[in-house]
Every structure is written in structure tokens, then in C-alpha cells.
Design a protein around this ligand. Structure first.
Ligand code: NZQ
Ligand code: ZN
Length: 392
């Protein structure tokens, strides 16, 4: 196991009515004026936004609202929000929505206290050392942004990059599983695919002696396999939604990743897909991850890890066939599960094009940065994984 420091500054309030604590939690941070940031209207239609604003008002906190965040949130709105936050002198950014809204809020929070170009943070030429406090009311179990150190933003030309900074970790996250009842099935499934990918990015580790976190990863995956079909069958199944919501948080707040070198190559490959095609991030991962696993099994020493996953999570017989055979059977079962939940597992099903592969690899810029710790991605390996995504 690697040495680690684990710091989660986020206070979680979980359960029915959690959003009603917005005012109390904001006040506890000393906030007087909050920028309430939201998406393309789901929280307006459900009445959630009005409830959150009322909670803030009841606590004596003034509000300024900024909506319009789209999935794969855009840099332009982050800049607009940062300027608004400065002009209105807000002292808290409260995100009401999913990963896109929270990521946009984090960009605003960092940009509001910075004189320079916000995009520098996403190109990682600068790291924000300070940010306005961020709080969130989560409406979709998916990206895990409610307690992660990341903010992923897309520039208007399709370049999608992530900022990583302790300063933007949310100070509080209000998690009410009932708020996710209104999610369309495709968003529910895409969100779960993203959580599974967050676990797998950590599972594929070159670190030895990490049995505890292996088992935590496997437990989270088993719970998602159990609860996603239940939530798709009955969108108002509270316990299924609750288990998925907390799975999304612990899949990405590093509970199951500490002490391990982590891969993250599949995320880099996917971010180019959602940057170019504006697809749902989780759907893109449902295409990329099984292909990446297959490449890792066949060419990069991934058979043992994948066979362990296949046996412990996907129910493959530990005595059947060879290690590689068990690994490939596990990948087949993973793909079948994703497809049974309505997700794409090929370029064709996602709407991506094989002829775009050279462009995707150019955008990935593997020669400019180190991508992948279990499987190092260069131009040739990235191309090979994208090629595998083209097979049905
Ligand atoms: O904008 P609204 O109207 O709210 O609609 C959203 C959006 O269309 C809708 N939605 C959300 N909650 C709903 C709802 N519809 C009905 N009822 C509800 N309760 O769902 C759609 C998707 O929302 P979005 O926020 O985009 O989803 P998600 O949470 O999957 O976030 C995806 C973004 O997060 C990034 C992804 O790259 C992508 O840009 N990620 C962020 C990470 C992080 N910050 O740590 C890590 C991830 O790996 C990921 O890269
Ligand atoms: Zn993700």
C-alpha cells in the first residue's frame, strides 16, 4: 500500500428533506450573500430551486441566481459567473444540480478570487490556491463532484479539461435521494456507469498489498449492480436511489482509492468523446471502459486484475478456463450489464465515428502529458483502444 494523506472537508447531510438545510449550512460557514447556480431547468420545474432559495432567505442570506449550465459545462458561463460573483460580492457559491452544475460552480468559486485567465487552471499551468466556499444540493448520483477536488469544464471549441485543487472541494453537500426520482432512465444509467468507472480507475492499480481497497471497490460495484436495475424498474425506490447516491460519493471521494496508484486513462479517452460529441460522460465511459479493459487484458498485463474482478463481482467461476478467459468473460458480462441498462457500449451506439479517431488522439495530446498509470497511453495504444470501441 502507498503512503497517503486523506482529507475530506465536505460535511454531508443525507436523507429526505436534506435540501432544507441549505440556509443552516450556509449560515454556519458565515455566508451572507450566495450565488445560487443551476442547470437547464430541472430544479426550476421540480420546485427545488424555490425551496433552496427560501431556505437561504429564512436564514437571512441574500441570493443571486445564475442558471443555464449545460451537461459538459462551458467555460463561457464559468467566466460569466466569476464576474457576477465579484460584482455581487457573494461569499458562497451554492450549486443546485449534478456534476456539471457543481463543476461550473467550482470554476466560478476559483475564478472569483483570481485576476488571471480561468482556463489556466484547466490547462494546469496554474493551481488555484483559494476559492469562495462551495456548497451543493445534489440532484443526480453520478460524477461524485459533491466531494471531489475536480472541476471538469469544456471550452467552446470542444477542448475538455479538468482542474484539480483542494480549494474547490465542497464545504457541504446536501444529499436527498428523493431528488433523483425525476431522472430520466438514461441519466440514471449514465450516472451509474460513471460511478463504476470511478471505482475501476482506482481498481486498475500497479500498487501491491491493497486488499482492503480492492474489497471496497468490489463492494461498491456489487451494490451498483444490485441497485441500478432496481432504480430503473421503479424510479421512486428510495433505498435503491439512496444506495446509488452514496455509492456515487464514495466512488469518487477517494475512500476506495487511497494508498493506490490509480489509472485514469479511460477518463482521458472519454473526455475527448464528450468534448467532441457532447455526449453524456457516463455513456462515453460505458463505451471506453470495456474496450480499455480488453486492451489491458490482451496487451498490458491486465489479465490477473480483471480475472479477480470477473470472479468477485461478475460471478465468473474461479475454476473455469484460463486467467485471460475468465477476464474476458468478466468484460463480456460487464458489457451485457451496461447494455441491459440502456447504455451504449460501442462507437456506433454512442454516435461516434471511427474516422474521427486520429482527431480524438490529437485532442488527447498523449505526447504532452502522462496519461494512465496502469496502462500508459501513447498515440498507438490510445488509437488501439478507440479502435476496440468500434467493435460491437
Ligand atoms: O440541467 P438540468 O436541467 O438540471 O438537467 C440535467 C442534465 O440535463 C439532468 N438532471 C440532473 N438532475 C436531474 C436531472 N433531470 C431530472 N431530474 C433530476 N433530478 O441530468 C442531465 C445531466 O446532468 P449533469 O450534471 O451533466 O450529470 P453528471 O452529474 O453526470 O455530470 C457530468 C459532468 O461531470 C463531469 C463530466 O465530465 C461531465 O462534464 N465529471 C466531473 C467529475 C468531478 N468533478 O469530480 C468527475 C467525473 O469523472 C466527470 O468527469
Ligand atoms: Zn467520471
Amino acid at each position: 500500500m502507498e503512503s497517503f494523506t486523506f482529507h475530506v472537508p465536505t460535511k454531508f447531510v443525507f436523507g429526505r428533506g436534506a435540501e432544507g438545510k441549505a440556509g443552516e449550512e450556509a449560515k454556519a460557514l458565515g455566508a451572507r450573500r450566495a450565488l445560487v447556480h443551476y442547470g437547464s431547468g430541472s430544479c426550476v420545474r421540480s420546485g427545488l430551486l424555490a425551496r433552496v432559495e427560501a431556505s437561504l432567505r429564512d436564514a437571512g442570506i441574500e441570493t443571486v441566481a445564475l442558471g443555464g449550465v449545460v451537461p459538459n459545462p462551458r467555460l463561457g458561463l464559468v467566466k460569466e459567473g466569476a464576474a457576477l460573483a465579484r460584482k455581487e460580492r457573494v461569499d458562497l457559491v451554492l450549486a443546485v444540480g449534478g456534476g456539471s452544475v457543481i463543476d461550473s460552480a467550482k470554476g466560478i468559486a476559483a475564478g472569483a478570487l483570481d485576476e488571471g485567465e480561468i482556463w489556466d487552471f484547466y490547462e494546469r499551468t496554474r493551481v488555484p490556491q483559494k476559492a469562495l466556499p462551495v456548497g451543493c444540493v445534489l440532484t443526480i448520483a453520478a460524477a461524485g463532484s459533491e466531494s471531489s477536488w475536480a472541476s471538469v469544464v469544456t471550452r467552446e471549441d470542444g477542448r475538455k479539461r479538468s482542474l484539480h485543487a483542494e480549494a474547490v472541494k465542497p464545504k457541504f453537500a446536501l444529499l436527498n435521494p428523493e431528488l433523483t426520482f425525476t431522472l430520466p432512465p438514461f441519466q440514471t444509467a449514465s450516472g451509474a456507469a460513471d460511478m463504476m468507472a470511478h471505482v475501476l480507475e482506482r481498481y486498475y492499480s500497479p500498487s501491491a498489498g491493497v486488499d482492503l481497497t480492492d474489497r471496497l471497490c468490489e463492494g461498491i460495484l456489487l451494490s451498483i449492480l444490485e441497485n441500478l436495475p432496481r432504480a430503473l424498474k421503479d424510479p421512486a425506490d428510495y433505498d435503491a436511489r439512496a444506495n446509488l447516491m452514496w455509492a456515487g460519493t464514495i466512488a469518487h471521494n477517494n475512500t476506495c482509492g487511497i494508498g493506490r496508484v490509480q489509472d485514469w486513462g479511460s477518463h482521458a479517452l472519454e473526455h475527448e468523446l464528450s468534448g467532441l460529441y457532447d455526449c453524456a460522460h457516463g455513456a462515453g465511459l460505458a463505451v471506453v471502459f470495456p474496450a480499455w479493459m480488453r486492451y489491458a487484458v490482451e496487451h498490458a498485463g491486465g489479465a490477473a486484475r480483471t480475472a479477480q474482478l470477473a470472479v468477485r463481482v461478475f460471478g465468473v467461476d474461479p475454476r473455469a478456463g484460463t486467467e485471460s478467459g475468465r477476464a474476458l468473460e468478466g468484460i463480456a458480462r460487464f458489457k451485457a450489464f451496461l447494455e441491459s441498462c440502456g447504455l451504449p457500449t460501442s462507437f456506433k451506439a454512442l454516435g461516434a465515428k471511427r474516422e474521427d479517431i486520429p482527431r480524438l488522439v490529437d485532442m488527447l495530446e498523449p505526447e504532452r502529458r502522462t496519461i494512465g498509470q496502469f496502462l500508459r497511453l501513447d498515440r498507438q495504444t490510445a488509437t488501439a483502444v478507440y479502435e476496440l470501441c468500434c467493435q460491437d
